[in-house]
Every structure is written in structure tokens, then in C-alpha cells.
Write a protein that binds this ligand. Structure first.
Ligand SMILES: [Cu+2]
Length: 249
């Protein structure tokens, strides 16, 4: 008779699932202007986006994808065209600005509408600055369009993805006919009716090199901003450039 040995299989796998931790805002990049879908989430202009709100720079996946969320399931909201993404009204040329919270050596940046690559900019295998801007001619397009921008890294297999909703063909001043979001009033985030007296941090002018904590207020370009994520400021992360980090008060 054979002896049977029963191993007590501890369900070790069951313990893992709760360990998902919010990734700190460090790596990567996304399009800040005109606001990409993840930028709109970061600003809470589109509510209930989930995790992407806190890391709009993290839509990273293998090169060659053609969707808005890089096949990352917990960012799938970005690829949902029925979320009432507001489209930015633009003319026939548009300047796109990336905010790079990590400056990866770059193969190129590509811009797609549908299956057509409408522009490509070489990165020369070099590290970009903290922000990068490209001006793209979209004169062959009009009306509402979803543009996919791709930042292809040169020393990894990966790329970063940002979708931007545009209403092309301004000039005639057509208002943005974006489908109204699911909630009727554009759900203004808990916008402070700012009480300047309760502003402990020294405030002052935004300064590169300085560490900011959530809630800190600074002035820049004559406007006041409140810090949304703790970070150390660097040139290129001026408050208007990085809505993930600063919201105007
Ligand atoms: Cu990165």
C-alpha cells in the first residue's frame, strides 16, 4: 500500500491581493495641455476616474498599442469614450505639452488620429526636459476627434500613452459640444472658498528646488495655486504646466 502524503497547502496567494499600493508620483509622463484624459482625471474635471487621478503619468505599456490606457485594466476608464470627456476647442494647429516626471531617453513621440499617424518627432535617444512641446498640423481634420499621443522610450520596450479629445476647426468659435458628463453640474471639486487666513505655509512665489506639501499655496504669474501632491519643484513644473501637482485657487 502506498503511503499518501498530504501537504497542507497554505493559501499563500490569497494574502497578496490587498497589497496594491498607490504608486508615488515619480515615473514617466503625460500630456498636460491641451488636457489629456488623464489630466482631466487628475484635475477632477472628470470625476470618479479611480487610480489614474493620482498618477496621470503612469499610462505605460509596450510600444505599438493604439488605445488610451495601455491595456492596464485599472486605467480602463481612459479608453471609455462614453465618459463625457470634454473636448478642447482648437484651431488647425495644436501645441501639445508633455509633463515628464521622469525624463526617459526618447526614441520619438507619435500622434495618431484613428489609424493615421499625423505627426512624429524624433527624440534622438536623448533625455528630454521636464516638459516637451510639439506643434502638430491638424488641418486635415475637423470636428470632434480623439487624438492618441505616444511617447516611445528608446532604452526600454515601453511607451507612454495619452489621449486628448479635441474639437478641431475653431476660428468660427464653435463651442465645445461635449456630451455632458454623467453628473449634471460639472461637479466642481471641493473648491475652497479660500480663506487666506488659514494658510500656514509661507506661500510666496513658486520656486524651483523647493519642496511643497499638499495644501501649500504659491503664487505664479499673478495667480494662486494650491499643491495637490507633495513634490520638489523643478524648472518646467511651473504650476500652469502640471495640473497633477497644482490646482488654481
Ligand atoms: Cu518612467
Amino acid at each position: 500500500m502506498r503511503r499518501r502524503i498530504t501537504l497542507p497547502l497554505v493559501a499563500a496567494g490569497a494574502m497578496v491581493s490587498t497589497l496594491t499600493v498607490a504608486t508615488p508620483a515619480q515615473a514617466h509622463g503625460y500630456i498636460s495641455s491641451p488636457p489629456s484624459r488623464q489630466a482631466l482625471c487628475a484635475q477632477n474635471r472628470v470625476p470618479d476616474c479611480g487610480q489614474i487621478r493620482w498618477e496621470p503619468q503612469s499610462v505605460e505599456g509596450p510600444k505599438g498599442l493604439r488605445n488610451c490606457h495601455a491595456n492596464i485594466s485599472h486605467f480602463a476608464v481612459l479608453n471609455d469614450d462614453n465618459r463625457g470627456w470634454p473636448a478642447t476647442s482648437v484651431g488647425s494647429t495644436v501645441t501639445f505639452t508633455w509633463v515628464n516626471t521622469a525624463q526617459h531617453a526618447t526614441r520619438d513621440w507619435e500622434y495618431f488620429i484613428g489609424n493615421t499617424r499625423v505627426a512624429v518627432f524624433s527624440g534622438g535617444g536623448r533625455q528630454p526636459g521636464p516638459t516637451v512641446s510639439h506643434t502638430v498640423n491638424l488641418s486635415n481634420y475637423s470636428g470632434r476627434q480623439k487624438l492618441l499621443a505616444v511617447w516611445n522610450i528608446s532604452d526600454t520596450a515601453n511607451a507612454f500613452y495619452s489621449c486628448v479629445d479635441l474639437q478641431i476647426g475653431g476660428g468660427s468659435g464653435n463651442p465645445t459640444p461635449s456630451p455632458s458628463p454623467t453628473t449634471n453640474p460639472p461637479a466642481p471639486s471641493p473648491t475652497p472658498t479660500a480663506a487666506p487666513t488659514t494658510n500656514p505655509p509661507a506661500g510666496g512665489t513658486w520656486t524651483a528646488g523647493r519642496a511643497y506639501a499638499v495644501g501649500d499655496q504659491v503664487t505664479y504669474g499673478g495667480r494662486t495655486y494650491r499643491c495637490r501632491q507633495a513634490h520638489t519643484a523643478i524648472a518646467g513644473w511651473e504650476p500652469p504646466n502640471v495640473p497633477a501637482l497644482w490646482s488654481q485657487v
